[in-house]
Design a protein around this ligand. Structure first.
Ligand SMILES: [Zn+2]
Length: 379
């Protein structure tokens, strides 16, 4: 039992006082009492774990009176100088880019996905269920098997309408079918339900957007075309602007070496990816779903900050659908003169990166209060 408690609370419980008695199998009442006692020990230990890990008020256990004395927190930190905020982009990077590929061309699976994986990047592939596994030799398409593999590797396989029909030209009831049918096909074949949407021909109206946005993180309403006659110089300029404006750029690519609007040379695209890789400390590359979710969470989150004798308690609150918005947010504390910092959320110690000018950590916006325990340098 001591081993189980030690594992459960990641604290050594070797010294826990426990007594065990021999009991007969049919002594039911005795067994029940032991069970109740065990639960009591667990609850008691959980409280200890909470106060030890969170270090909220430096509770002191008074041996004589057997009551818990709570020390009134005294503000020994220079609170005014603490600047806590949520980074606009994950990892406090300067900008973000999602590479999106339309219409499910075969080379998205054979060329694009492996190329991106080699660089540690993941892309978004908007597909039309009706054309998958299509044997048209002039425009070969990706297969469901390939899409499932891509999805497993972390790429986003998402909804571009069942049959690539212009949604502005069909009745609303039909729009719903175009969207729902493709959702089901993608879910059945890849195991992942689409959480975003991309309009065929980029054709949309307010009512189409409203339908497509139901129960979704985001839909593609803005994009920059990446393909066709674009040159390396053009793409370099795009990256420069993205860095200057601190923006999220969503690119739209169809063909790489064939099909609609394909590159003059695929090397242009690959060289660009490599350049972005070299600037990875400044640019967040991720799927449309992930960056879209992060941005909405960052805009919607509210924080309540309380100070304690040892640091702060930051309580996040987010009025978004917890089932859709799962991105962890990056918190940034402009560095104060500290010796060490420990940050906990829900009994877990969070990975904290300390830079000369800032402290950074990722947290779950639905994960409850965050405890920041700071030890300052002695003056
Ligand atoms: Zn399309």
């Amino acid at each position: 039992m001591k081993r189980a408690l030690t594992q459960a609370f990641t604290k050594d419980r070797k010294n826990l006082v426990c007594e065990f008695h021999v009991t007969t199998k049919n002594n039911y009442l005795h067994m029940k009492l032991i069970r109740i006692a065990l639960i009591a020990v667990l609850i008691f230990n959980k409280q200890i774990a909470f106060s030890q890990q969170n270090d909220v008020y430096a509770d002191k256990y008074n041996e004589n009176s057997k009551t818990v004395v709570q020390k009134v927190p005294e503000n020994n930190l220079d609170l005014e100088k603490l600047n806590f905020h949520i980074a606009k982009f994950k990892g406090d990077k300067e900008c973000a880019i999602s590479y999106t590929f339309d219409d499910g061309l075969l080379e998205h699976a054979t060329l694009v996905a492996p190329k991106m994986e080699n660089l540690g990047f993941r892309g978004t592939f908007w597909i039309n269920g009706k054309t998958i596994d299509n044997n048209d030799s002039t425009k070969p398409r990706v297969t469901w098997k390939q899409l499932k593999k891509m999805s497993r590797k972390g790429h986003e396989v998402s909804n571009h309408g069942w049959s690539h029909t212009n949604l502005n030209r069909i009745p609303m009831a039909q729009v719903k079918i175009e969207i729902a049918k493709n959702d089901s096909a993608i879910y059945v074949n890849t195991g992942v339900y689409p959480q975003t949407f991309c309009y065929p021909f980029n054709a949309k109206s307010d009512s189409v957007i409203a339908i497509a946005s139901e129960n979704r993180i985001d839909t593609r309403t803005k994009q920059i075309s990446l393909g066709g006659k674009i040159t390396s110089e053009n793409i370099d300029r795009l990256v420069e602007e993205m860095l200057n404006n601190h923006e999220w750029v969503v690119t739209m690519t169809h063909g790489i070496s064939y099909g609609y609007d394909h590159f003059n040379s695929e090397v242009i695209f690959y060289n660009h990816l490599q350049k972005v890789k070299n600037m990875e400390d400044k640019i967040w590359v991720d799927t449309f779903r992930k960056i879209g979710a992060y941005i909405k969470e960052e805009k919607a989150i509210t924080l309540k900050i309380n100070n304690t004798s040892k640091g702060y308690i930051v309580t996040p609150s987010l009025q978004l659908d917890e089932n859709l918005f799962k991105e962890h947010l990056t918190a940034v504390i402009d560095s104060i003169d500290i010796k060490s910092v420990k940050i906990f959320q829900n009994y877990q110690k969070l990975k904290t990166i300390v830079y000369p000018d800032k402290i950074m950590f990722d947290f779950d916006p639905f994960g409850g209060a965050i405890n920041i325990v700071i030890t300052k340098n002695k003056k």
